[in-house]
Design a protein around this ligand. Structure first.
Ligand code: CDP
Ligand code: CDP
Length: 221
C-alpha cells in the first residue's frame, strides 16, 4: 500500500531496458533505478578488493555495505568514479555469477526499495516486477532476438572506440541469458501481468512511446 507509483522494466541483456527506462523516467519526471548497476558494483567491488569469489557470505557483506553514491548519471564507489568501469563485459559477467547467490540478492534488497520516492520510480533489471516491486502499476518485459541484442552491444562498443568480436559477444550473451534464466533464485521470467514487448524490429523511440502509452492508459488499480 505504498502510494508511490512504480513502472518495472525487466528483460535480458541489450533488450533496451536502460535506454527505455531512462527516457520513460525523464518523460514522467520519475526517479530511475538501474538495479543491474548494483550487481555490477558488487562485482567490481569484489574484484577491486580481491574477494574470494566462492565465499557467498563475504560477497554478500560487500554488497550490503557498498560505499556507493549516485550523483546524477555519475556513479561513485568510495572515492572512485566507476561509471565506465562497471560497464565492462567482464564486470557484467561476474555480476551475473554473483547475482545467482541468494545472500547477495538479499543484501541488495533494501537498497533497491529505497529508490521508491515520490513522484514515482522506473526500475530496470531482471526481477523488478517479479520480486522487488510485485505491485508495480505497470510491468513491462522487453525482449529482442539474440542476434539483434548482440548487434546492439557490438554497436555500443564500436561507438565507444572499443574493439569487439561478434562471436565472443554472442557466446557471452548466450551464457549470461542462460545463467539469468535458469538460476534457482529470482530467474529472468516475465512477471504476472507484464506487457511483453519484442523490440527486435523497433527503434528505441518506438519502444519508449509504447511504454508511455501503456502507462497513460493503464487500468486504474
Ligand atoms: O539495459 P539493456 O542492457 O537492456 O540495454 P541498453 O543498455 O539500453 O542497450 C540497448 C542498445 O540498443 C542502446 O544502444 C539502444 O540505443 C539500442 N536500441 C534499443 O535500446 N532499443 C531498440 N528498440 C533498438 C536499439
Ligand atoms: O545491461 P545488461 O542488461 O547487460 O546487464 P545489467 O542489467 O547491468 O545486469 C548485470 C547482471 O546483473 C545481469 O546479467 C544479471 O545477472 C544481474 N541482475 C540481476 O540478477 N537482477 C537484476 N535486477 C539486475 C541485474
Amino acid at each position: 500500500n505504498n502510494p508511490v507509483p512504480v513502472i518495472t522494466i525487466d528483460g535480458p541483456t541489450a533488450s533496451g531496458k536502460g535506454t527505455v527506462a531512462h527516457k520513460v523516467a525523464d518523460r514522467l519526471g520519475f526517479h530511475y533505478l538501474d538495479s543491474g548497476a548494483l550487481y555490477r558494483l558488487a562485482a567490481l567491488s569484489a574484484l577491486r578488493r580481491g574477494a574470494d569469489l566462492n565465499d557467498e557470505h563475504a560477497l554478500a557483506k560487500l554488497a550490503e555495505h557498498l560505499p556507493v553514491r549516485f550523483d546524477g548519471p555519475v556513479i561513485m564507489l568510495a572515492n572512485e568514479n566507476v561509471t565506465e568501469a562497471i560497464r565492462a563485459e567482464e564486470v557484467g559477467n561476474l555480476a551475473s555469477k554473483i547475482a545467482a547467490l541468494p545472500a547477495v540478492r538479499q543484501a541488495l534488497f533494501a537498497l533497491q526499495l529505497g529508490f521508491r520516492k515520490a513522484p514515482g520510480l522506473v526500475a530496470d533489471g531482471r526481477d523488478m516486477g517479479t520480486v522487488i516491486f510485485p505491485h508495480a502499476k505497470l510491468k513491462v518485459f522487453l525482449t529482442a532476438s539474440t542476434e539483434a541484442r548482440a548487434q546492439r552491444r557490438y554497436k555500443q562498443l564500436i561507438d565507444k572506440g572499443i574493439s569487439a568480436n561478434m562471436e565472443d559477444l554472442l557466446s557471452d550473451l548466450k551464457a549470461r541469458d542462460d545463467r539469468d534464466t535458469h538460476r534457482a533464485i529470482a530467474p529472468l521470467v516475465p512477471a504476472e501481468g507484464a506487457h511483453l514487448l519484442d523490440t527486435s524490429n523497433m527503434t528505441a523511440d518506438q519502444a519508449i512511446a509504447e511504454v508511455l502509452s501503456w502507462y497513460a492508459h493503464r487500468a486504474p488499480k
